[in-house]
Design a protein around this ligand. Structure first.
Ligand SMILES: [Zn+2]
Length: 269
């Protein structure tokens, strides 16, 4: 696998990512149809189209517009004498685990700041403006947030120099998990309780999309649930219950069009 992956990385890692995205989409879309968690409030046709256009742009832009992504940077630093993890010890698997923890913690910390600092909240508010919560919510990010996230992510990778294979594994896991965590799927409470000890579940992340600001300021984690427990930002369930809880922004309960989403950071609500 490693030799195959090494040959023509640039093309293959992107193909792998799209296979993961499309595969995860089909699994989550079927799951949502058979075991939905909540009734959706907005018309789905236009919402799905707008969100897909935004999601495809955001997922293509780093590689095709910036000509850069985390994997390429990890490979470049590996050829240099620099980088904290750019060495033969500790063993590769330890460096891979450290990479997962560090990059996931970076996402947690950045997400926390996106809620705390007014300037960043205006951009991140776009992700919270969806009045529903389903697979397509995972696509709703302002391009400005994507750009900032990529810059932070690439800067961390440049300093740390994690194994490129770990960065690739993380990106594939994130692509799949992003669909899963936003999916409108019903997971039995027993299974959810076990699952959310290892990975953030849709029930856990949906609380973060509550229209109640104190609940919005909980469960900031991206993939791993540990940081919320460690820093006291974990909330197990919403006050109104999962079915009745309001989702989105109270100041804009009907959501936005595609242009409205792009303009949202510049608007006063
Ligand atoms: Zn948020």
């Amino acid at each position: 696998l490693f030799h195959w992956a090494q040959s023509d990385w640039f093309a293959r890692q992107d193909t792998l990512k799209w296979v993961a995205l499309i595969g995860a989409f089909f699994v989550c879309a079927c799951w949502e149809s058979f075991r939905p968690r909540r009734l959706l409030v907005a018309a789905t046709g236009r919402r799905w189209l707008n969100h897909t256009l935004l999601g495809v742009f955001i997922n293509s832009a780093p590689l095709w517009l910036l000509r850069l992504n985390g994997i390429l940077v990890a490979m470049a630093v590996a050829q240099s004498p620099y980088g904290l993890l750019n060495r033969n010890a500790p063993p590769l698997w330890v460096r891979c685990v450290l990479t997962f923890l560090l990059l996931d913690f970076t996402r947690y910390a950045q997400h926390y700041l996106f809620h705390r600092i007014e300037f960043f909240w205006r951009i991140h508010r776009v992700h919270h403006s969806d009045p529903d919560f389903d697979w397509s919510t995972g696509f709703v990010f302002h391009p400005g947030e994507m750009l900032f996230t990529q810059l932070v992510y690439i800067a961390v990778i440049a300093v740390v120099a994690p194994p490129a294979i770990a960065v690739l594994a993380l990106e594939l896991a994130e692509a799949v998990h992003n669909f899963f965590v936003h999916a409108n799927i019903n997971i039995s409470p027993g299974v959810d309780a076990v699952l959310r000890r290892i990975v953030i579940t849709p029930d856990m992340h949906r609380i973060h999309h509550s229209d109640d600001p104190p609940e919005q300021n909980t469960n900031f984690g991206a993939m791993l649930p540990f940081w919320d427990h460690l820093f006291g930002t974990y909330l197990a369930k919403p006050a109104a219950g999962h079915e009745k809880m309001g989702v989105g922004l109270r100041e804009a309960p009907r959501g936005f069009s595609l242009l409205g989403l792009l303009a949202l950071p510049f608007r006063k609500l």
